[in-house]
Design a protein around this ligand. Structure first.
Ligand code: URA
Length: 208
């Protein structure tokens, strides 16, 4: 069964305070989203397996430990892009895939318009990144597609979630752990998380 980890850390809370405040401008918002991406990464990687390797320090030979598996970061376009640099700063060897989804106006279901993943995704740890876990429609679809491509070790990474999104993601993908900086109370009738932070994509890219 998956686990749900809500990060509880003063630095993350401090940055989330900036991110949530409607007076925060695009530059500071973007920087803070990326920074929280980096801080969350410590927790996501806590149980990563490492493999031993022999090296020589300037003094003597020693056994060191490196990450065993390739890491692949997969942002869901477009808001997911906001967290990628922060995560990539912490895991610079990670490869980056992309997935773009739009909502079909008749069925209201998410449809894929773009996807590109590294070849070795089957053997990698895949971090699906989308800041807002709202209805979880996009997250579930993205994970469906990653599984179709052979990914088995998948973790969801976001900023803010709500019970509705967590329940759906847990039901549809019980083997995907969820990492969030905060858990809010509910979704409103327009699909926004309350109290949330507004439209994350618009605030990241100044398109409001
Ligand atoms: N997407 C957003 O950008 N914000 C929300 O509150 C919900 C979904």
């Amino acid at each position: 069964m998956n686990k749900v980890v809500i990060l509880n850390h003063p630095l993350i809370d401090h940055k989330m305070a900036k991110i949530r405040d409607k007076r925060t401008g695009t530059k500071e918002f973007r920087e803070s989203v990326s920074e929280v991406g980096g801080l969350i990464t410590y927790e996501i990687t806590r149980d990563f397996k490492t493999k031993p390797k022999t090296i020589e320090t300037p003094i003597c030979e020693m056994i060191v430990h490196e990450l065993e598996k390739q890491v692949v970061i997969v942002p869901i376009l477009r808001a997911g892009l906001g967290m990628v640099d922060g995560i990539h700063n912490i895991i610079p060897t990670a490869k980056i895939g992309h997935i773009g989804l739009y909502r079909d106006e008749e069925t209201l279901q998410p449809q894929v318009y773009y996807s590109k993943f590294p070849k070795d995704i089957k053997d990698s740890v895949v971090l699906v990144v989308d800041p807002m876990l709202a209805t979880a429609g996009s997250a579930c679809k993205a994970i469906d597609i990653l599984k179709e491509h052979g990914a088995t070790d998948i973790r969801y990474v976001g900023l803010v979630g709500c019970p509705e999104g967590i329940d759906r993601l847990q039901k549809e993908h019980p083997n995907v752990s969820i990492y969030l900086a905060a858990l809010d109370t509910h979704l409103d009738e327009n699909g926004y998380i309350v109290p949330g932070l507004g439209d994350c994509g618009d605030r990241l890219f100044g398109t409001k």
